[in-house]
Structure formats: C-alpha cells, structure tokens
Design a protein around this ligand. Structure first.
Ligand code: ALA
Length: 878
C-alpha cells in the first residue's frame, strides 16, 4: 500500500468516526518550550489545556514533524529526522474505549495487519486499558505493563513534572522479524518490535508532588508514524525501503552512478539514507520558512544541510553541488499533500544552492586549516576537542570531516570534549531546547519554594538597573556560584533585560559586580523568573551578589524598530487585504522581523508594495507610540487587537500607535514611528496552509539592503554597458537575441546543415499564384525537426506553401505550412495533408496554416508529396 493511501485511509477512517480533518501545522511551532513540532499534538496543546476551543471536539491530522535528538543515528535503517505523524485527538469527546476499539478496527480491518504480529504495552496499573484490550480480543500474553518512563506522556511526568495535562499511554508494536522463532510469552526482544502507534489517554492534571487530579474533560492524543507504518505494512526493512524514499534514492543513484543496495549496511548505504533523509528535511524546513543560520531553527537546518552535503560529497562522490538536483524530486512527490513545498520551490532551491555553494567553499578552506593544525602530528596523536569545536563553530567545518581528515593520518579526536562544548553551545543558541518535550523545570520549583518572588522587570523604562543574584543554573541544576569560563543562566530579583516573549527576542548585554563580569547572550523567562543566559568572562559570581545589569542598548533599539514596525505592518495588511488578517506568529529580532498571518493566497506585488508604502507613510507621519495598562474589558472596548493563542491577564498592556494601530502587547517599542527610519519587505511566502509569512527590515538593515541592491543593479548595468534605468530594456533585448540564436541553432542542429534552408528556399517554384517548396528532406532527424524546417523556410519565403516529407523512424512524416495570404485565398494545410497522408497509409490534419501527419508506407512518400502539390495546384489555378 502506498503511503499516500495510508494517509487517505487514516483521515477518512477518523472522519467516519466524527472527527474533523485539520491540515498539518508548520514544522516551526509557536510553543515557546520547543523549536519544532515534534508530535502531532504540539499544535493541539492550547486545546488540551483549555486555553482555546478546538473547531470540533475531535480532530484528525497528518502532521509534519521534526526530531533531531537522534541526528547522529541517521543513516541507519530506521531513524528519520523529518517524519509524518498520523494523529487523532479528542477534547472531551471520545475516550479510552473508542481509542482502543478504533485503533484495532483501523489496524486489523482497514490496514489488515496481522494481529498475530502485534503486541501492546499499557501503564502498569491501567486496569481500564487492560480490560479494553482484552475486550478487543488481544490475548493477555500480548499485553505488557511498563512504568511511567515508557507508558506515560510526557515521560516521567508524575515524578518530574511539569504540572500539565498528562496521562498513561498504550503503545502498539509490530514484529518486524516474523521469520524468526516466536519470542516466548512475556519476553520482550527490543530488536524485533517496532512501535507504530501511541495512544495517550490525557486524563489528569499533574500537581506539585506528583499528585494527579482527574481532568474535567478526558482527552485523547495519538500518534502513528507514517514511515514506520508503511514499512511494516509492506514487510519492508524500514522507512527507507518504502515509496516515501524510493524516488529520492533513485534520483541519488542516477546522479551519483552508485548503487543503493538496501541490504548492505556499509558506508555507501548509510550515506544514501542520510542524504535522502537530510535533503527531505531540508526541503520541508526551507518550505516552512526556516533559513540556514547560526541560531535556533536556522542552526538546526544548517546542521542538517551540511551533513547532507558532506555525505554527498565524501561518500556519494558529488564533486559539484547536488542538492538542487534532488529537491525537485521531493517537491514533486510531496506538493500535493503539502502545497507549501510546491509554492516555495524556488525559494527552497535558492537557499539550498547558496548554502551548498558556501559550505563547499568552507570545506575547502577548513581542509586547509585542518592540514595546518595537523602538521607535525604523528599516528596515534589526538586532535583536541577544542580545535574540532573551533573548526566547527568558527569555520563551519563539521566534526565528521575533521575526523576523516585526521583519520587519514592516524590521528584521533577528543570527541568527549567536542561533544561537551557542542552541548553548551546548543544550549546558548537555543537548539538544545529540542532535546526534551515539555522539560520539567525543577529549578523554578526550587526557587519558588525558597521564597523568591517573581523577577521584577524594569526594562520598559530602564536600560541599566542593579539586581541581586537569586539563582545560578548550571547544567540544568541550581548552584551557588560560577567561575570565569562557566556557561550558566543567572536569575536576578530585578532586571532591565527583556525576556523572549510575544515573538520579541531576549535582550543581550552585561552583568557586572565587584567580583566578576558576565556576558548575557540571551534572556528567557520561566514561570515569572528571568534567566540571563551567557558566560562568566572574568572573576566569579555567586548567589546573593548585587550586579549592575546593562542591556545592549543599540541592539534593543533595533529590536524596538522592528516591533513597532510589526504593529504597523499588521494594521496595513488588514487595511489592504481585509480584516480576516490575524497574526499567527511573529519574530521580532534586532536584524529583521517576521510576521505570520492568516490569508489564503499569495499576495500580489501590487498589494505588497501598497502595504510597504502604507507602513513607510506611517513612519514618516511620526506617530507617537503610547502605552497604557488597562483592565482587559476597557482595552477590548477601545478595540485593541488580541492575538491568536495568547493568554491575557486581568490588566493588559495596550500599545497605541497614533490613531492607526492598537494592540495588546508586552513588548518594547519606539517613542515615535519615525525612529524606525525605513521599512522594507524582503519576502512573502507561505508559512503553513492558510498562513502567509512576510519578512521585513527596518532602520540600518533596510538601508543597507537598499544600498546593496542599488550596487548590484549598477554592477549588472555596467556589465551590460547600460544604465540601471535602461537595464530592463537591455535584458529584454538580450533575451530576444538569445531566443533567436537558440532557434537558429536548433534548426541548424536538427536539419544537419544550415544550407538546407537556403537550398529549399532556392528550390521554390511558381504553382499558379503560389510559390511552392516541395521537398523530401531525407536528412531530417524527426517530425519536430521537419516542422521547424518548414517554419524556417516559410519565414524566408514570406508568401508560399512549404510541403516537406521525410522518412523518420521507419515511418513517413509530413508537414505543410501555408502563409497567411494564401490561407485567405483558400489554401488549407490541414485538408491537403489529410489527402496526402492517406496515400502513404496514414492520417492527420491540422490548422489551415500548418499541419503535420504521419504514414506507415515509406515507399509512398514521393507519391504523397506529389498528391499534396497537385491539391495546391488545383486551388491556386495552375
Ligand atoms: N504525543 C504522542 C507521541 O508523540 C502521541 O508519541
């Protein structure tokens, strides 16, 4: 069964049970505790928590997911970074009984899986699930019980938190090696059982101390991996053997000339699978608007892309960039179900091309640097983890490459140190957040139980403030002090640092005390506490110290420009596109802004220009930005825009920009719109279905981009020896010339000789009032060439009838072309060719001015041409 069929049947099955089908959400989640959508339930969290009302009490979806915890395993036969999760969800609608009964119905009746090969697990004392499985016919020996580490979602939530909606789960496994002797009852053999579906019974609210309170509404969250299900259904070894990967692997084989065996687990097969997986993830991430960078989402994407490029280059032997040759295959395969990859194909290809080009340069430079470091080393030496880390973070040179070059000289690398440094680094850059789903924050609970009040944020008005250190978090645990070089997170009782929220990134800056200094690279908040993330740069800091906290003011100013501009953009979009425009996501960073909003179709250039113009107009109007704190009811009365997915307290902060925009917002803003300087939209794309994304710049970035583009334009113009104003003209002229040349070239190539056209024009005879060329063009390769030759001859002749015939591929091929003036006088190419083709045992027809036909009998070609000419003569009065 094809994967697309499994998708279809799954959704239709749950629709038949009353669920509403919802489209996949973006891979980029708005959940602040995660970077990517790691499960089908991630977009449903606000519904589970009762913060939002779902469109129906039960939903079903196929969700794009990305998990990179296992990235180093990718290349084996079972792991994927990107995968699709089939899910069904109930919000107080159906519960355990239906979830289990329907899972059985779908697996055994719809997919017709072999019930003998299935085993299930349940939470150790979930007697209800046990009874329901038994009732559905599952023998007791096939039901296994596990503790909360395996059979609770989130894992270990009872002992470790967080305080959230949770519940026991039941997992369904399939025997992938039925040819082996059956495993004895009660024994679990990890290697042969593959988990295909997890049913979560979200029925409790976890409270402090691991107390579970039953939720008023009981929910269901399930997740079934499409890749794995496709594999077990077809008795295949794993996801890479299914039709989901077949076209990509075929393309990679075609391009590399190497063979994927699927049975041999050597480096070549591993590289094929790794490249196939990583290019697929790259396609989807770029399709969802992630672009390669050194931070967060972009960092993860860059890592995936670079691993693909390295494996493609080193093992599959691609000497030149190859990703853009593979991506179209993936786009073709997926664009029907995920239109965003089709819509963004050009952008995906552009980014893939530039990243690969850049990385290939890096590889060349990195190899040189590494050769320098390795100079003088002897076999048995070890390259330091710090060198490997530096090569990676500073030069982008991946550790796999370092290891390989080093290995050639018998030199090993200190991987443990390298990995420790990488861990710290990803913590700082935010990529480490993907590590755990709903990670418990023990530190927050400890701070709270020690009696610390929430951090007081004074950064709306102050850039500098003094604060007391109330906690230091190192490697996930609270500690008393930190020394120079330590990467830690510092909690203060009072701070001017804005913590990431509402799309606005966290501030960076400095904490200094009498005893030490700390560079803050990011600020996050958790349950009321502000965490300043960074490194101790000198001396030491300890809990109880008073520090001088100073934000990077220039960076904050740039952030403010983007935040105020985001409000103007939101309003301008509503004005130009309509009031259905609602914010769905936003990033306000120092160097750019990104705004996701509901709208169905791509935005025309004219509309984009209008939006950009409106925002710039409001900037020039120098509108005052005023901020009020108001009871929520009053704010609503003022007509302030509330944002989808946001929670609001009783008193809200309202940001009013002149009489133009009014929004609930906790962010930092300019005092006057003119401080934004200039607003420039840089891209418009699809973010997920029904959601568009605009990226834009303000201030210096906008100016620099404008200047850059001006420079590019003038460089291009001077290369073409013209001015920017006349550039379009010149390019059109060049394109026309190119088209002419191409056409001439094709005719020359196809006709075999340029003289043929000349010769045919010279052979024209007067037949009645028409000039006629009648020729058996034996040297023409195919019917297409014949048509082009006829075109070319008539072009030169201006007025006349061109009759051409040729034996091509063992058949007769005929073409007749008539100039317009003769068509007006009654010469009809289609009618003539019909008669002529009959003579050669064929048929055909066409327009009055041009027709082609074929015939079976090559020996009658001359007769057919004579017939055509006779008919022309009859009409033209010869
Ligand atoms: N949320 C559950 C999982 O991802 C279904 O396993």
């Amino acid at each position: 069964m094809l994967a697309s069929e499994i998708r279809r049947r799954y959704l239709e099955f749950f629709e038949s049970k009353g669920s509403l089908r919802t489209p996949s959400d973006s891979l980029v989640t708005s959940d602040p505790t995660l970077l990517f959508t790691v499960a089908g339930m991630v977009p449903m969290v606000p519904y589970f928590l009762g913060e939002q009302t779902p469109p129906r009490a039960s939903l079903t979806s196929v969700q794009k997911c990305l998990r990179t915890v296992d990235i180093d395993d990718i290349g084996d036969t079972s792991h994927c970074t990107f995968f699709e999760m089939l899910g069904n969800f109930s919000f107080g609608d159906y519960f355990k009984k239906e979830a289990i009964a329907w899972a059985c119905e779908f697996l055994f009746e719809v997919l017709k899986l072999d019930v003998e090969r299935v085993r299930v697990t349940i939470y150790k004392d979930d007697e209800e699930a046990f009874a329901l499985w038994r009732a559905s016919g599952m023998p007791e020996r096939k039901i296994f019980r596990n503790d909360q580490d395996a059979n609770y979602w989130p894992a270990n939530v009872i002992s470790d938190g967080p305080n959230t909606a949770c519940g026991p789960c039941s997992e369904i496994f399939y025997d992938t090696q039925p040819s082996l002797p059956p495993t004895p009852d009660g024994v679990w053999d990890d290697k042969r059982w593959l988990e295909i579906w997890n049913l979560v019974f979200t029925q409790f609210s976890r409270q402090d101390g691991g107390v579970l309170i039953p939720l008023p509404k009981k929910n269901i969250d399930t997740g079934m991996g499409l890749e794995r299900t496709a594999a077990v259904l077809m008795d295949l070894r794993g996801p890479y053997e299914t039709d989901l990967f077949a076209p990509t692997l075929a393309r990679l084989q075609e391009l590399s000339g190497k063979k994927y065996t699927s049975t041999d687990d050597g480096v070549l097969d591993i590289a094929f699978r790794r490249v196939a997986d990583h290019v697929r993830s790259t396609t989807f991430l770029l399709g969802d608007g992630v672009t390669p960078s050194n931070e967060k989402h972009g960092y993860v994407l860059r890592r995936i892309m670079r691993r693909a490029i390295a494996a493609g280059r080193n093992v599959l032997g691609f000497e030149k960039p190859f990703m853009t040759d593979v991506i179209p295959t993936i786009v073709e395969q997926y664009k029907e179900y995920y239109p965003e990859v089709g819509e963004n194909k050009d952008k995906i290809l552009r980014y893939a091309a530039s990243e690969e080009e850049q990385f290939r340069r890096t590889l060349a430079e990195g190899t040189e640097l590494l050769e320098g470091i390795l100079k003088g080393s002897k076999p048995g030496d070890t390259l330091s983890g710090d060198d490997a880390f530096k090569l990676f973070t500073t030069h982008g040179f991946p550790v796999e490459m370092t290891a390989e070059v080093a290995r050639e000289r018998g030199v090993g690398i200190d991987r443990a140190r390298y990995l420790a440094l990488i861990d710290e680094h990803s913590e700082i850059s935010g990529a480490g957040k993907t590590k755990e789903v709903m990670k418990a924050n023990v530190a927050v609970q400890l701070l709270r139980s020690a009696g610390n009040p929430d951090t007081l944020f004074v950064g709306y008005s102050e850039e500098v403030a003094s604060g007391k250190i109330v906690g230091i978090l190192k490697d996930g645990a609270l500690t008393e002090s930190a020394a120079s070089g330590d990467r830690v997170q510092i909690v203060l009782d009072q701070t001017p640092f804005y913590a990431e929220s509402g799309g606005q990134v966290g501030d960076s800056g400095w904490l200094t005390s009498d005893g030490g200094a700390f560079d803050v690279v990011d600020t996050q908040k958790e349950s009321g506490y502000w965490f300043h993330v960074g490194t101790v740069t000198s001396g030491g800091l300890k809990v109880g110290d008073t520090v001088n906290a100073r934000i990077d003011g220039a960076r904050r100013d740039a952030i403010k420009r983007n935040h105020t501009a985001t409000h103007l953009l939101h309003k301008a979009l509503q004005q130009v596109l309509g009031s259905h425009v609602q914010q769905r996501g936003s990033l306000v960073a120092p160097d750019r802004l990104r705004f996701d909003f509901t709208h169905d179709s791509a935005i025309s250039d004219a509309n984009l220009r209008e939006v950009e113009g409106l925002v710039n107009e409001k900037i020039l109007d120098d509108l005052p930005v005023q901020i009020f704190e108001k009871p929520i009811a009053d704010a609503k009365k003022m007509g302030a825009m509330m944002l989808f997915g946001e929670k609001y307290g009783d008193v809200v902060r309202v940001v009013q920009t002149g009489d133009y925009s009014l929004e609930f917002c906790g962010g930092t803003h300019l005092k006057h719109t003119s401080q934004a300087g200039l607003f420039k939209i840089t891209s418009e794309s699809s973010s997920s279905s029904g959601v568009r994304r605009i990226e834009a710049l303000t201030g210096k970035q906008a100016l620099m981009r404008t200047l850059d583009q001006e420079r590019i334009l003038s460089d291009v113009a001077s290369t073409l020896k013209t001015t920017p104003l006349l550039l379009l003209n010149s390019v059109e002229k060049l394109q026309a010339q190119l088209r002419d040349r191409e056409r001439e070239l094709t005719v020359l190539q196809r006709a075999g000789t340029g003289n043929l056209v000349e010769e045919l024009v010279g052979s024209a005879r007067q037949v009645g009032f028409a000039q006629v060329v009648n020729h058996q063009a034996v040297s023409v390769a195919d019917a297409d060439a014949l048509r082009m030759l006829a075109d070319e001859v008539l072009n030169r002749l201006k007025s006349g009838v061109v009759i051409l015939g040729a034996p091509a591929d063992g058949r007769v091929s005929l073409a007749i072309k008539v100039s317009k003036d003769l068509v007006d006088k009654g010469v009809h190419a289609g009618n003539i060719i019909r008669e002529a083709a009959k003579v050669a045992g064929g048929g055909g027809g066409g327009r009055p001015d041009f027709a082609t036909a074929g015939g079976k009998d090559v020996s009658k070609l001359a007769d057919a041409l004579a017939t055509a000419e006779r008919l022309v003569a009859e009409i033209c009065g010869a």
